[in-house]
Ligand binder design. Structure first.
Ligand SMILES: [Zn+2]
Ligand SMILES: [Zn+2]
Length: 323
């Protein structure tokens, strides 16, 4: 096996378990920590209108999410070391000489691995939702009914092992450059942090646009944590759509979350407070101000609109936030 220049194995990946564990833990702590600090600490007020669920994050939930994530990282590091040794002994189809297959093949393997992992995750996720396994394993992840970025890796160790089957088997299927596995790992982490963010930052039409609707959103995975039996996908929702497990109200829920973010824009709230007659109740004020904004035909272009009950629910929700 030939190690070449820039694309050789990084020094950090030399089969040392402790180094591998520390590196991945530092990455997790920095990434989740910065995201958490921006949305839940420093920008708590600024981003409040984008929050998907109303509830406040409890400290004990965050501690549990970190604790289980650190355990998962211990499992993932073991898998990395196993792959390292398999690679060193020439048992895998992994390669380290970038020129051997070229750039186009490298890009192809990254995309192929993303789609294969998406299918693998969907079915693995359905498997760990099987009652007999769920209560002993996947329940740990679902203790976060309103997850934070710390929950991105908050799995029972057995679940971490199940999820590692992809990494452990793909290296035997077709030639993969070591850096391609890193690209996919990074892509997975980004989706994981986004899915557990608890805030919806994607634009209004994202869940219905014919190109972007296939990607999952923070709302999509947040609904999985809140409602359990829907929205199992990792990066995309092809499998959820195909297998009928995408929540029928997903697009509407996404639209409601985005509308709430718009309705709670500081300038709109300021208008209520200054221009509306004092004798009106806050509910009436909000209704008058928000009613024109509650026509969702521009958000759900396929003709689905919010029902009157949904509008009232949204108004009550906003009223609660501002009382
Ligand atoms: Zn689940
Ligand atoms: Zn989750």
């Amino acid at each position: 096996m030939k190690d070449t220049g820039l694309f050789s194995l990084p020094d950090s990946f030399r089969g040392d378990y402790l180094v591998e564990y520390i590196n991945s833990t530092v990455f997790y702590l920095i990434f989740a920590g910065i995201t958490f600090y921006i949305f839940y600490v420093a920008g708590k007020k600024t981003f409040a209108r984008f929050k998907i669920q109303e509830r406040l994050t409890k400290k004990k939930n965050v501690i549990r999410e970190i604790k289980y994530s650190l355990l998962s990282l211990a499992v993932f590091s073991s898998i990395a070391i196993i792959i390292y040794h398999l690679l060193q002994h020439g048992y895998t189809k992994m390669y380290t000489d970038f020129s051997e297959y070229g750039t186009a093949y490298f890009a192809f393997t990254c995309v192929a691995m993303i789609f294969i992992n998406d299918a693998f995750f969907y079915w693995a996720h359905r498997f760990i939702h099987w009652k007999k396994i769920y209560k002993h394993v996947h329940k740990v992840h679902h203790l976060s009914t309103d997850p934070t970025p710390w929950a991105a890796l908050s799995f029972h160790p057995f679940e971490a092992m199940v999820l590692s089957v992809f990494q452990l088997s793909i290296v035997f299927i077709f030639p993969i450059h070591y850096w391609a596995t890193l690209v996919v790992a990074l892509f997975t982490m980004l989706y994981n942090f986004m899915g557990h963010l608890g805030y919806e930052m994607f634009p209004d039409r994202f869940a219905t646009n014919k190109f972007t609707k296939w990607s999952n959103t923070a709302t999509h995975h947040n609904m999985h944590h809140k409602l359990f039996h829907w929205n199992f996908g990792l990066y995309f929702n092809f499998w959820d759509r195909l297998m009928g497990t995408q929540h029928p109200e997903y697009e509407k829920e996404f639209a409601k979350v985005r509308l709430k973010a718009k309705a709670l824009k500081p300038d709109i709230i300021a208008t209520h407070k200054t221009k509306m007659p004092e004798q009106q109740t806050l509910k009436q004020k909000l209704k008058k101000q928000l009613e024109p904004k509650l026509n969702l035909t521009d958000i759900l272009p396929d003709g689905k609109v919010l029902k009157e009950g949904d509008k009232n629910e949204l108004i009550l929700d906003i009223e609660k936030r501002n009382s």
